[in-house]
Design a protein around this ligand. Structure first.
Ligand SMILES: [Zn+2]
Length: 394
C-alpha cells in the first residue's frame, strides 16, 4: 500500500472527549468484542465514543462490526482454532479468551475494505507459503502489508485487553489504515519441530511493544515469522537516507546506495533462517526527500530482497520448501531474542530522531534488557552451557 491509506475518508476523531478537558492528545478507547469483560481504567471512561481499530476514527452510530486482528480464515487454516484458548493469556484461567474472542470494534465499511484490499489477496499465498510452496515478490509485498496490519492492530488490541491502563498518544500511522506499507520492513522465517501450538502471537501484551509496536512473532502451524517494521529501519541495510535529530528538527542524510553485507544495523540470532526485506519510502518521497537507489522502485516503494549468506538478492519469486527446522524450545527463545533486540534497536533509533528526555517509549528499556539477559540464560541452558554473545550490534 505504500502508506497511502486503505480507506479514503478522513476519520473523525475530535469528539472523543469534551473540548473543555483541553488534553494534550486525543485519547482513544478500543472496545473489545465478544463477551470479554475488560475493566477499563478511569482515564478512558469519559471517552465518549470508541475508536475504530482500523482507521482510528470514532464510531458514533450502529455502523460497527468486529475486527479480528488475526482473521478467522487464519483460525480455520491453522486447524479450526477459533474456540481454542489463547496461550499468551496463561496467567488467569477465567480471563483466558479464545481466538474468536480476540476482536475489536471497527467501522463496518473499514472492515469490508480491509477484507477486500488486505485480507483476500493473501489467503492463497499464506496457505502456499505455510505449506512450503513458492510465492512471487508481489505476493510477498501483499503479505508484508497484511503483517503490518496484524502488527498495528495487535498493539491496539493489547492496549484494550490491558484495560487502557497506559494512555498512549496515537498518530495516523498508529492505525492500520496509514501504517500499512508506510515503513521499511523485514521478516525472518523458520520452522519448529513440534506441532502442538497451531497459532501464536507474541508478545502483543508487553508494554515495551505497546509503546513501540515494531517487532512481533507470529506462528502458523510449524511456521514461525519474526516480523519487524519501523521508519528508516533498513537505511544501513540498503544504503538509504536516514533521518536524524538536529537541534530539534529532523534532518535527512542521503544514503550511499550501497548494500550492507547482512542486516546492517545488527546481527541476526537466526542466520540460517530465511530473511526477506523491503524498504518503503513512498511517503518520504512525497515529503520531498530525494531518496533513490537500486533498492527502490520509482514510486518509492522498495523492491523485495532476500539475504543469501551475507548478500542481498532481488526476489522475483522464492520458495519455502527448505526452511530450516529448529528445536521448538530453542526456536522460541531465538525468536524472542530477535523480537526483543529489534525492539531495543527501534526504540534507540526512534529516540535519536525525535525523543524527548522523558520519552515514555524509552521507560520500558530496562525491562527489555533484563528480558534479553533472561533469554540468553535460557538459551545457554538449552545449549549445554554455551553462552551466546550478548552483543548483537556491528
Ligand atoms: Zn474505521
Amino acid at each position: 500500500m505504500g502508506g497511502d491509506g486503505v480507506i479514503d475518508e478522513r476519520p473523525w476523531v475530535e469528539a472523543a472527549r469534551h473540548a473543555s478537558e483541553n488534553l494534550s492528545f486525543i485519547p482513544r478507547r478500543f472496545q473489545v468484542g465478544g463477551r470479554l469483560q475488560i475493566a477499563d481504567s478511569p482515564a478512558v471512561r469519559s471517552t465518549i465514543f470508541p475508536s475504530c481499530v482500523l482507521c482510528g476514527g470514532l464510531i458514533t452510530n450502529n455502523d460497527a462490526t468486529l475486527e479480528h486482528p488475526l482473521p478467522q480464515w487464519l483460525h480455520r487454516m491453522a486447524g479450526n482454532v477459533s474456540e481454542n484458548r489463547v496461550e499468551v493469556f496463561n496467567s488467569d484461567e477465567h480471563k483466558q479468551p479464545t481466538w474468536r474472542q480476540l476482536c475489536l470494534v471497527s467501522h463496518r465499511s473499514c472492515n469490508a475494505k480491509f477484507a477486500r484490499k488486505i485480507e483476500d489477496p493473501v489467503i492463497s499465498p499464506i496457505k502456499r507459503l505455510t505449506a512450503g510452496g513458492r510465492v512471487t515478490w508481489t505476493e510477498i509485498d501483499a503479505i508484508f502489508d497484511w503483517l503490518d496490519k496484524i502488527k498495528s492492530a495487535s498493539s491496539l488490541m493489547g492496549a484494550a485487553l490491558d484495560g487502557h491502563s497506559v494512555q498512549l498518544g496515537y498518530y495516523e500511522t498508529s492505525f492500520p489504515n496509514f501504517r500499512i506499507g508506510a515503513f521499511d520492513r523485514l521478516a525472518i522465517f523458520f520452522r519448529v519441530t513440534d506441532n502442538v501450538i497451531p497459532l501464536d502471537l507474541l508478545d502483543f501484551l508487553n508494554r515495551s511493544f505497546l509503546s513501540t509496536p515494531s517487532a512481533m512473532l507470529i506462528r502458523i502451524k510449524d511456521l514461525m515469522i519474526v516480523y519487524v517494521s519501523n521508519n528508516f529501519l533498513l537505511s544501513s541495510t540498503f544504503g538509504l537516507a536516514v533521518g536524524t535529530a538536529d537541534g530539534g528538527f529532523m534532518r535527512y542524510i542521503p544514503g550511499t546506495g550501497l548494500f550492507a553485507a547482512g542486516l546492517g544495523a545488527r546481527r541476526s540470532r537466526l542466520p540460517t533462517a530465511k530473511i526477506i526485506a523491503q524498504p518503503m519510502r513512498r511517503q518520504h518521497q512525497k515529503q520531498g526527500l530525494s531518496d533513490a537507489g537500486p533498492a527502490l522502485q520509482p514510486n518509492g516503494d522498495g523492491r523485495v530482497f532476500e539475504l543469501c549468506g551475507s548478500r542481498w538478492h532481488r526476489v522475483r519469486s522464492t520458495d519455502f520448501s527448505n526452511l530450516v527446522r529448529i528445536n521448538s524450545s530453542i526456536g522460541y527463545v531465538l525468536a524472542g531474542l530477535e523480537v526483543i533486540e529489534w525492539l531495543i534497536l527501534c526504540k534507540e533509533q526512534d529516540f535519536a530522531r525525535y525523543g524527548l528526555d522523558d520519552a515514555y517509549f524509552m521507560k520500558s528499556l530496562p525491562n527489555l534488557r533484563q528480558e534479553k539477559i533472561d533469554l540468553l540464560d535460557e538459551l545457554s541452558q538449552l545449549r549445554g552451557g554455551i553462552r551466546p554473545d550478548v552483543n548483537d550490534r556491528f
